[in-house]
Structures are given as structure tokens and as C-alpha cells.
Design a protein around this ligand. Structure first.
Ligand SMILES: Nc1ncnc2c1ncn2[C@@H]1O[C@H](COP(=O)(O)OP(=O)(O)OP(=O)(O)O)[C@@H](O)[C@H]1O
Ligand code: SF4
Ligand SMILES: [Mg+2]
Length: 351
């Protein structure tokens, strides 16, 4: 079956600075792909370019194709893109307030998402469907609340309900739980997983948290300096990293400890647009040689490989102990756990 998302040669630049270089990326039907890398590596710009949501002075070239959409997304008119966004392609960002209208009841916002795209007809039917979607993200009774009456976790669950309202072919999440209280992060994650599994939607998931990637994703792409430096099945990449940058990330990370965020690799990340020619990692790499001043070729297949002149040894597929311990079964059919957040006045007063 053909891929849901096919990105080819995506390059993002602002004035004379190139921020994302020649990114190739695919997500298959129902596949869950993670995108990791230190701060400033170009993850969000890649997502925004796919969504056609780059700021005005930032430009993308290359190709972004989505299944079921008969035109190129890069360079498409906003009128055409807005038909695709929220219907075939949905998103959940870090800060839910930016995605919600503060002056509109949340139930109406979920209903509106379906009415705008014509996936349901009639306001009454849309309201009923919205209410059922909110129930499924454990928000029964909040349809008449305004966003400010909800907690951060509840708002993000409204955003998840809106994102899933039209059964998108692809959901893009960019750090969807980072801004949330730690007690509700797992719940929101579980709801996202249940939502995409139930709809067989593909997922592109951006996170700093390696353990979340191990739990949620089947395949991972590692970005540094605006380039994809390694990709492959999560267990393979996390167990047997070949690129020296991936190796550094994993060596400094302990997936079994409580602090599982991306570690800092020695040396500083260069400012945007000032990464070295050749291998982008060579100013921080202990294995760099003169050869690394030339761009390393991609070794492997389109969906699994790396770009490094002096890769770490291929240790074969050892049993991925850290990955296995980080993986938690994520229910796809079971009812989610009861919310751990206190109920709000909006929930209490909602009739
Ligand atoms: N509008 C812009 N103008 C100039 N530079 C920008 C612009 N937007 C982003 N950048 C730069 O591009 C680089 C990549 O940014 P991006 O937001 O994609 O990083 P990221 O990988 O998502 O990082 P984080 O993990 O911190 O979210 C950063 O160095 C950022 O400063
Ligand atoms: S290409 Fe060279 S500088 Fe880049 S990661 Fe590999 S060894 Fe290090
Ligand atoms: Mg980002």
C-alpha cells in the first residue's frame, strides 16, 4: 500500500539561511513515526512545512504529498491547504490555547471542525458527534465550557478531539504533552494512541522524550542541524545506533531512569544556519576526520539508514533491553483510565 505521507527534498530557509536541508520522510498507513533531535534541529519547522503553516518570511521547497489529496502541498494556495488541514491532516501542538478559540464553547469548536469540512451535516448532528468525541477523550460534560474554564490537560484533550474529529489520514503531534502536568501526560498520550489506532491514522510524533518514542512509535528519524542523520525501526536505532550523533544521544540517556529527556551532548549546538559544511555534526564529533568535511552519503534504504563516514559498528540486533523496559502496552480498545485531574467549575456547572 502506498505511503500516507511522502516528503521529498524538503528544504526550509529564511533569507539566506537554510534551516532544514533536503529532508526525505515517509509515513505508511497506520504507521507511527517519531522525530527526535536536540532543540533547534529543525523538527518543528519540518512539521510546519508539511502543514503549510510556516511564518511568512520562512520558505519551503521540495515536495509534500498526502494520500487522498490530488495536489502538491508545498506552494499550494492557502484556500486549498485549509481544506486539507483538519480533515486529511490534523495536528496537536504543545500549547493547546493557541489552537482553541477562547470565545467559543469547546463543544461548538469540536462541532465546527466537522461542519467546516462537511464531514457531518446539520448543527444538531455535529453537536451530538462532538459530545461523543469529548466523551471518548474523557471529557463528558464539558461541551458547554469555555477553554479558560478547563485545565491544561483538559484543553489538550479538546484539541485531540478536534484533531481526530474528521478521522485524519495523518496526525502530526509536536511535543503534545510537554507543557502538561506530569500526572496527565500519560493519559493524553494514551488518548492520542487510542485515537489513531481506532482510526488507523498514521502518526508523526515529535518529542524530546526517548521513552515516549519507544512507547508510541514503530520507526524513528533523528534530526540534527536541519538534516535527518539516521532513521529506522525504533528498536534497531535505539539498540544499535550507527550515526555518531544518535550514539551520543543514547549514550548520555538512560531510558530506565526517571529523567528520560534528551541529554546534552558535549559542545554547543551552532546557531541556526551556521552548521558546518559536510557533516553537520563534525564540530562536536569525537570521530571526525578530514573526510567529514564532505557531506556523508546516505547508507541503507529510504526508511532505514544513516549518513556518517565513520559509523559505529553494526552490532547486529541485540535484544533491546532499554527499549523493552521503556515500552508499555498501550491499550487500543480498552477504556482509558479515569482522569486524574480535579474537575473544574465548568464540569460541575455544565448541565
Ligand atoms: N522564523 C524563523 N526565523 C529564523 N530562524 C528560525 C525561525 N524559526 C525557527 N528558526 C530557527 O530554526 C532552527 C530550527 O527550529 P525548530 O523550531 O524547527 O527546532 P526544533 O527542532 O523544533 O527545536 P525544539 O526542540 O526546541 O522545539 C532553530 O535554530 C530556530 O531558531
Ligand atoms: S560523518 Fe564524521 S563528523 Fe559526522 S558523525 Fe560521522 S564521524 Fe562524526
Ligand atoms: Mg520544536
Amino acid at each position: 500500500m502506498s505511503d500516507v505521507l511522502t516528503v521529498q527534498g524538503l528544504t526550509v530557509s529564511v533569507r539566506d539561511k537554510t534551516l532544514v536541508h533536503d529532508v526525505d520522510l515517509t509515513v505508511g498507513p497506520g504507521e507511527r513515526v517519531g522525530l527526535i533531535g536536540e532543540s533547534g534541529s529543525g523538527k518543528s519547522l519540518t512539521a510546519l512545512a508539511i502543514l503549510g503553516l510556516l511564518p511568512e518570511d520562512v520558505h519551503a521547497r521540495g515536495s509534500v504529498r498526502l494520500t487522498g489529496v490530488d495536489h502538491e502541498l508545498i506552494g499550494a494556495a492557502e484556500r486549498r491547504l485549509s481544506r486539507v488541514r483538519g480533515r486529511d491532516l490534523a495536528m496537536v501542538f504543545q500549547e493547546p490555547m493557541t489552537a482553541l478559540n477562547p470565545t467559543m464553547r469547546v463543544g461548538d469548536q469540536v462541532a465546527e471542525a466537522m461542519l467546516i469540512h462537511g464531514t457531518i451535516s446539520g448543527r444538531r448532528a455535529a453537536r451530538a458527534a462532538a459530545s461523543s468525541l469529548l466523551d471518548r477523550v474523557q471529557l463528558d460534560g464539558v461541551a458547554r465550557a469555555y477553554p479558560h474554564q478547563l485545565s491544561g490537560g483538559q484543553r489538550q484533550r479538546v484539541v485531540v478531539a478536534i484533531a481526530l474529529a474528521n478521522d485524519p489520514a495523518l496526525l502530526i503531534c509536536d511535543e503534545p504533552t510537554t507543557a502538561l502536568d506530569v500526572t496527565v501526560q500519560a493519559m493524553v498520550l494514551d488518548l492520542i494512541m487510542q485515537g489513531v489506532t481506532a482510526r488507523e491514522s498514521a502518526l508523526l510524533f515529535i518529542t524530546h522524550d526517548l521513552a515516549v518514542v519507544a512507547t508510541v512509535c514503530q520507526r524513528v528519524l533523528v534530526m540534527y542541524g536541519g538534516r535527518v542523520v539516521e532513521s529506522g525501526p525504533v528498536e534497531e536505532v535505539f539498540t544499535n545506533p550507527r550515526h555518531r550523533y544518535t550514539q551520543g544521544l543514547l549514550a548520555a540517556s538512560d531510558l530506565e531512569s526517571a529523567d528520560r529527556r534528551l541529554p546534552t551532548i558535549p559542545g554547543n549546538v551552532p546557531p541556526a544556519g551556521q552548521f558546518p559544511d559536510g557533516c553537520v555534526f563534525r564540530t562536536r564529533c569525537a570521530h571526525a576526520t578530514d573526510l567529514c568535511a564532505t557531506l556523508p552519503p546516505w547508507t541503507g534504504t529510504a526508511s532505514s539508514g544513516f549518513a556518517c563516514h565513520h559509523p559505529a559498528d553494526d552490532r547486529g540486533s541485540a535484544v533491546p533491553r532499554v527499549v523493552a523496559s521503556a515500552r508499555q502496552p498501550v491499550s487500543s480498545t480498552a477504556e482509558p483510565a479515569a482522569p486524574t485531574e480535579p474537575s473544574t467549575s465548568a464540569e460541575a456547572s455544565d448541565a
